[in-house]
Design a protein around this ligand. Structure first.
Ligand code: G3P
Ligand code: CA
Length: 253
């Protein structure tokens, strides 16, 4: 502490494990989610698609090529077929045998332990996915530890109207990050969170969302400055592959 740097204490800033703690274990798998809990994250982020037989499948891409030993689109496989693929081996041999998870399983195993930030990936490709999510979430009395997010604004408006007590978030595409006053009014009228890639925003944009009563979460693709920028901008939470900052060394700006 030399007078030019300042130690930051923002205990209220949320730590969100991106696709689970995906820097340490295969993304969107049970191991990555367990690691997120171990690292004391507040939320696990995950991505959801629909299988051929209408099951809610946790995976980032709409196909299984990058993260499993198989190939093809999720929508063309049943859950039983998807179970045959290995979702750990492409990360490292240590995780060989890891199974693809469903959202039902994630809720079963983690709802009581940690918050869940559930992203609907291209929901327009999966008619009825919002209703499926709502019917699953209705099994849980208290939804205060769940947030559903998407880049698809209409889908999030629909989620909000189907289940008003559920918090929804809009993800903003990097190229569209400097939102107009009109767009900010529209999004914050129903979204509890407006979430950005940290490399494309500034403190002013964060303030504008927060002044309207919504919160801001930020993510970044391999940006080593994610945590310090997030603190400088005063965001409400950080979505990171390496959610260690809270239990790691103190943060200096
Ligand atoms: O939660 C933000 C982030 O997950 C959005 O980008 O591509 O990792 O789903 P992506
Ligand atoms: Ca995501």
């Amino acid at each position: 502490f030399n007078g030019q740097t300042k130690r930051v204490h923002q205990p209220n800033m949320m730590s969100i494990a991106h696709r689970g703690a995906s820097g340490f274990a295969p993304e969107n798998t049970r191991s990555a989610f367990q690691k997120g809990v171990e690292l004391q994250a507040d939320y696990l982020e995950c991505d959801v698609h629909l299988s051929k037989d209408g099951e809610l499948i946790i995976m980032h891409d709409d196909n299984i090529d990058r993260t499993t030993d198989g190939n093809g689109f999720i929508k063309d496989y049943t859950l039983a077929e998807l179970r045959q693929f290995d979702a750990g081996i492409t990360f490292s041999e240590e995780f060989q045998g890891e199974s693809i998870m469903t959202l039902n399983e994630l809720l079963d195993e983690f709802f009581d332990k940690i918050g869940l930030l559930i992203e609907l990936k291209n929901p327009a490709n999966y008619p009825g996915i919002e209703e499926s999510i709502v019917s699953l979430l209705r099994n849980y009395e208290d939804l205060s530890s769940i947030i559903v997010q998407s880049f698809d604004v209409e889908s999030m408006k629909k989620m909000h109207s189907l289940l008003p007590e559920l918090e929804v978030a809009v993800l903003v595409r990097p190229a569209e990050s400097l939102l107009s006053e009109k767009k900010l009014d529209e999004l914050t009228s129903f979204a509890s969170y407006v979430n950005f890639n940290v490399s494309f925003i500034n403190k002013r944009m964060v303030n504008k969302v927060q002044q309207r009563g919504s919160k801001v979460l930020v993510w970044s693709k391999n940006d080593k400055k994610l945590v310090s920028k997030a603190h400088k901008y005063g965001v409400d939470g950080i979505i990171s592959d390496y959610p260690t900052w809270r239990i790691d060394k103190p943060i200096y700006l």
